[in-house]
Write a protein that binds this ligand. Structure first.
Ligand code: CA
Length: 245
């Protein structure tokens, strides 16, 4: 919860009780705060995001919820904006939250998607006009995240090879029984079920056999799903070279 008018103060609550310190994300003469929570690492631990609610040069501050300290602060939109609005959610399904930023009334009216390092990965206009300001929202995650780590596979064409196609790390920890299944879209028009190998402590490899007919660069999408409806998606790459005889 944050104060929209200055001075900016943020307070987290757990089941109705204050959790962690009262947070002052900006300087005392700064704006009020818009608030979002993002699990950037996909490990079940969120950070608090504070956005300047009004004024030019709006800041996006990343706050440690336990200490209340500002880990970093950036300016995610053009300086002439009049405050920003924030949301966070896992837009690409890899278990780690992206950050969505847009401008308040008087800004450029564009929606920006930032990755976990706060680099802009997408910019779009939601409405055919600018200056009006918007709020943004993203769907909430259900349950603990499963962080996906893609791999680069180096294979030879026309040769059947066994490969680990993706790693996954479940923030829920080790499952009591193997309830995961994996689907691999190979990028050459074929789809196959991968073998899920538990490495312990909630870490999984997905393995499969594959034979590509032709050399090239293929996008390999690996989706891990559990019985409870959670899922995570790794976008791996297969570099397939010509097989020399
Ligand atoms: Ca993501």
């Amino acid at each position: 919860m944050g104060t929209l008018t200055p001075p900016a103060r943020i307070r987290a609550f757990d089941d109705g009780f204050p959790y962690g310190p009262a947070i002052a994300p900006f300087s005392p003469d700064g704006p009020g705060a818009e608030v979002a929570v993002a699990d950037l690492a996909g490990d079940g631990h969120g950070v608090i995001l504070a956005g300047g609610s009004a004024g030019s040069h709006p800041q996006l501050a990343v706050v440690d919820p336990l200490s209340g300290s500002v880990r970093r602060s950036i300016e995610p939109v053009p300086t002439q904006a009049n405050g920003i609005r924030l949301a966070a959610g896992d837009l690409d399904g890899d278990g780690r939250d992206e950050v969505v930023v847009t401008t308040a009334w008087g800004g450029d009216g564009q929606v920006r998607v930032l990755n976990q390092k706060f680099a802009t990965v997408d910019v779009f206009t939601a409405y055919p006009w600018s200056d009006w300001g918007m709020n943004v929202a993203a769907a909430s995650r259900i349950g603990f995240p499963i962080a996906a780590d893609p791999r680069t596979l180096r294979l030879a064409a026309r040769k059947r090879t066994q490969a680990i196609v993706a790693h996954f790390r479940d923030a829920a920890g080790a499952a009591p029984r193997g309830g995961f299944r994996a689907e691999i879209i190979w990028g050459d028009g074929t789809t196959w079920d991968g073998t899920v190998l538990s490495r312990g402590a909630g870490v999984y490899d997905v393995r499969s056999l594959k034979r590509y007919a032709r050399p090239g660069r293929y996008s390999v999408t690996v989706t891990l799903k559990d019985e409870g409806g959670r899922s995570s998606r790794a976008r791996s790459v297969a570099l397939v070279r010509r097989l020399h005889r």
